[in-house]
Design a protein around this ligand. Structure first.
Ligand code: C5P
Length: 249
């Protein structure tokens, strides 16, 4: 039996036509090669909701493909709730917010996603917390007033996110095992920094293969350049999916 495809392709371009072409190639047709696509802050600030609808039109969405809207929201609870309200119509499967925004902010986001999805008859978007950005090292973190090891802060924020009702967190490959153990089996661990065997790491410092990440407990993988920059993005995505046990691509 095949498992659901855990691979979300990061579509990291602000070129609308390029984004639309990539998404059509990997997610279009009767058998999408990815489980979903990720559009981030840069794309959303440049093109907004109309851009999302253009690059990721309904005929592609109707194949059941997931949509990860990576906005990393962080503001007072009322404003984050307003941000959520503004994007629920796009029916994102996942939305990100900074767990450092605190319990009240996360709870407001959880309440708002539930209420708005119900009102519009849409599936409830799942909320994922960003813990410590992987671009921050011990010194950077200490400069913001957070002492101790980044891994302790990651754990603290992941547990706070779970307690506040979030569905999971984004985490780096080396955080998978401890967070899976701390947060339990149902918690989403969406993991970037993934490189298939033999592909270039680029600017990613600590990478892991798709198979290793899934074996450690990742529920979802974010893969960008190994798919988007491949000469045949669809074939690259299919190979990654098969490598982690998805047979029906
Ligand atoms: O091309 P690549 O596979 O490195 O893309 C990874 C994606 O995951 C990018 O969209 C990047 O911004 C995102 N990401 C990351 N590391 C994090 C958080 C997000 O690479 N810690």
């Amino acid at each position: 039996m095949s498992r659901p495809n855990p691979v979300y392709c990061a579509v990291d371009t602000v070129d609308l036509a390029e984004a639309a072409t990539l998404i059509r190639r990997i997610a279009g047709g009767a058998r999408p090669a990815v489980g979903g696509v990720k559009l981030g802050l840069e794309f959303f600030l440049a093109h907004g909701a109309p851009g999302v609808r253009y690059a990721f039109p309904d005929p592609v969405r109707l194949t059941g493909i997931g949509f990860f809207l990576d906005l990393k929201l962080h503001d007072i609870p009322n404003t984050v709730a307003g941000g959520i309200r503004a994007v629920v119509d796009l029916a994102p499967t996942y939305i990100t917010l900074h767990a450092a925004g605190g319990r009240a902010m996360m709870r407001a986001a959880v309440e708002e996603t539930g209420a708005q999805a119900l009102k519009r008859g849409l599936p409830r978007p799942r909320l994922l917390g960003v813990t410590v950005l992987t671009s921050l090292d011990d010194d950077d973190l200490a400069a913001t007033g957070v002492g101790g090891a980044p891994s302790d802060q990651v754990r603290r924020l992941a547990l706070l996110a779970r307690e506040s009702g979030l569905d999971g967190v984004i985490c780096s490959p080396h955080e998978i095992a401890p967070l899976r153990q701390e947060c339990g089996p149902g918690f989403v661990l969406m993991v970037p920094g993934i490189r298939p065997q033999g592909s270039a790491a680029g600017d990613q410092k600590r990478v892991m293969t798709p198979r290793q990440a899934v074996a450690l407990g990742a529920s979802h993988l974010v893969v960008g350049r190994p798919i988007s920059q491949a000469s045949d993005p669809r074939a690259a995505a299919e190979a990654i999916a098969r490598d982690v046990g998805v047979n029906d691509v």
